[in-house]
Design a protein around this ligand. Structure first.
Ligand SMILES: Nc1nc(=O)c2c([nH]1)NC[C@@H]1CN(c3ccc(C(=O)N[C@@H](CCC(=O)O)C(=O)O)cc3)C=[N+]21
Length: 308
């Protein structure tokens, strides 16, 4: 079998076009502010893509540039100014930050209602608890791709490789909310290859080129590669041995052109959701509204025996 390609570039473009139509129908422009500190070359590229995508879809987007040696206090003051600015619906502080700045302190300074990255502990906690909130863009984008492939997640064996706060953990929470049976694998896990071979849905978010071997893929599995690694020759490559995995998988995301473009589309989706919620025009949904998690009786607190 040769896998079908889950084309994040195309799906992301469609999602952005739909958001553009919704924004065009509003009496205001949702405001996005991306803060970039210093000139990390990857950050320069990513932040430019975000700004361009936002403007194309009709958002009021501005990038705020601060010097590499900006004091932490000044970055925090910038975030507070954006929190207080009514024209601003979404705030994103691009990571990584210079070493003299504590990223956690900065992420926690962002108003959770404007936290379009979904990185504030309030939003992370709400996702973990199955409550409405802003959901991190990359795992949200993965859920869109799985929906696009028509994957039935309820009861499916899903494996998430990697337990980062920005991808692995929220990814597992979203899959669980969609009623998948979720296994998280990480640096201390045993029998990783065997665990992966049991996966009907495999999400790789480690950040090591080719760490997922082709023979770890179950026949017909849906393989989502979140890794973005740069080879010695400067080419982008994922965490999955793409060519070998493609021979076994049912669906697979390429790198580039897979999850990356979905991340940017979901940033715009979150900004629109935050803008509507802040104006009382819509409620935030559990799981970013991507996966329709249906609370089964045994999941409700205190209702008799059963697995939760
Ligand atoms: N506060 C914060 N939020 C983020 O969401 C965030 C961040 N910091 N820091 C860095 C990572 C990385 N990230 C990507 C977004 C788009 C692509 C993307 O569109 N990639 C293209 C290729 C881009 C290229 O050619 O370099 C693709 O995969 O096809 C990749 C990576 C967001 N991040």
């Amino acid at each position: 079998m040769t896998a079908r390609i889950l084309d994040g570039k195309a799906v992301g473009a469609r999602l952005r076009a739909g958001l553009g139509e919704r924004v065009a129908g509003l009496s205001f422009r949702p405001g996005l502010r991306v803060v970039r500190v210093g000139d990390d070359p990857a950050s320069v590229v990513y932040v430019r893509s975000k700004d361009r995508a936002a403007k194309e879809a009709g958002f009021d987007s501005e990038t705020i540039l601060l010097p590499e040696d900006v004091p932490e206090s000044e970055l925090l003051a910038t975030v507070r100014r954006l929190n207080a600015d009514p024209a601003v619906d979404g705030i994103l502080v691009q990571l990584p930050l210079p070493k003299h700045i504590d990223p956690q302190k900065v992420l926690e300074a962002v108003d959770p209602a404007k936290d379009v990255d979904g990185f504030h502990p309030v939003n992370a906690g709400r996702l973990a608890a199955g409550l409405p909130g802003l959901v991190p863009c990359t795992p949200k984008g993965v859920m869109h791709l799985l929906a696009e492939a028509g994957v039935k997640l309820s009861g499916a064996r899903a494996v998430v490789l990697g337990r980062s706060a920005i991808v692995g953990r929220p990814m597992a929470a979203l899959l669980l909310a969609a009623d998948a049976t979720v296994t998280m694998l990480h640096s201390r896990s045993r029998d990783i290859a065997e665990e992966c071979r049991r996966a009907e849905v495999l999400v790789a978010a480690v950040g090591r080129a080719g760490i997922v071997r082709g023979d770890w893929i179950a026949p017909g599995a849906v393989v989502v590669d979140v890794g973005i690694n740069r080879t010695a020759e400067g080419k982008l490559t994922g965490d999955v041995e793409f060519e070998a995995a493609r021979e076994r998988a049912g669906w697979i995301t390429p790198v580039p052109g897979g999850v990356g473009p979905m991340t940017i589309a979901c940033l715009l989706e979150n900004t629109l959701e935050a803008a509507l919620a802040r104006r009382g025009r819509a409620e935030l949904e559990p799981n970013g509204g991507v996966a329709e998690a249906h609370a089964t009786p045994e999941q409700s607190y205190g209702h008799g025996p059963g697995l939760a």
